[in-house]
Design a protein around this ligand. Structure first.
Ligand code: B1M
Length: 211
């Protein structure tokens, strides 16, 4: 297979051997972020479709995710960064919500924001709202970012916003929400209506950066 098709295939097949060599070759032709966005994410989309239609079993999805993570880790040092202002633009506390283990997208958001001058406190996966609010307080965060890929995570996000409201903290923390199960309309119409502060939807890591 040609290089970029082979790389995409590696994600789908969860084939790690020779990954780094292919990525190095790809880096000679394209910026690291283009490789992520055009090739690797396309492979992950295929994995999602195969899994969703019952053509791929969970352990293989996990393998694909591992290869995806290894690829992103290999590419990260090559990603463009804004020099000389690391962490000076503001602080975001970032977490995958309670009950959800998906973290590839969240970690991409971390990389993109960190490389562009924001300080990111990445709490990891399955984070209850208490932990998110404690970290936001401790780090004097400017924004809270929540990620979730499961449909049930959209419910958790709603409950989290209600909890922030109830604690009277919504004016203090604007919230950015992202993840494949959300829609812009759900966040910016339904959730924005119930949240007393500002809540916005980010379709991808770059929209997160812009917000
Ligand atoms: Co799971 N999984 N998974 N999974 N998985 C999905 C989400 C699913 C859609 C697959 C499918 O059925 N087609 C489905 C959810 C269905 C639903 O809820 N209706 C699903 C399921 C069902 C499950 C399990 C329940 C399976 C099971 O156990 N039977 C289980 C859940 C466990 C749990 O969470 N409690 C599970 C487990 C797993 C693995 C562990 C095997 C693995 C995750 C590994 C990991 O993350 N460390 C996995 C994977 C890999 C997927 C798919 C195939 C790919 C997800 C991914 O990494 N995409 C996924 C299919 C899909 O999404 N269509 C699927 C690449 C990533 C870069 O995209 O995270 O969307 P994404 O991030 C994007 C944007 O959304 C955005 O930016 C990123 C791009 O720039 N973004 C943000 C994300 N967060 C943001 C935050 C922001 C801003 C932007 O600001 C705060």
């Amino acid at each position: 297979l040609p290089l970029f098709e082979r790389l995409e295939r590696r994600i789908v097949d969860g084939e790690r051997k020779g990954l780094e060599d292919d990525l190095d070759e790809a880096l000679e032709q394209k910026p690291a972020l283009d490789i992520v966005n055009e090739t690797l994410l396309s492979g992950m989309r295929t994995v999602g479709e195969l899994f969703g239609s019952g053509q791929m079993q969970l352990p293989f999805v996990l393998q694909s995710a591992e290869v995806m993570k290894a690829a992103v880790a290999h590419l990260e040092p090559h990603m463009e960064r804004v020099e000389g202002e690391s962490g000076t633009k503001g602080t975001i506390v970032l977490a995958t919500v309670k009950g959800d283990v998906h973290d590839i997208g969240k970690n991409l958001v971390d990389i993109i924001l960190s490389n562009n001058g924001y300080s990111v406190v990445n709490l990891g996966i399955k984070q209850p709202i208490n932990a998110i609010l404690d970290a936001a307080e401790e780090h004097d965060a400017d924004v809270i970012g929540m990620s979730g890929l499961l449909v049930k995570s959209t419910v958790v996000m709603k409950e989290n916003l209600e909890e922030i409201n109830q604690r009277g903290l919504s004016a203090r923390w604007p919230v950015i929400l992202g993840g494949a199960a959300l829609t812009r309309a759900f966040v910016e119409d339904d959730l924005a209506e119930l949240y007393a502060g500002e809540v916005r939807y980010a379709r991808d890591a770059f929209e997160g950066l812009r917000l």
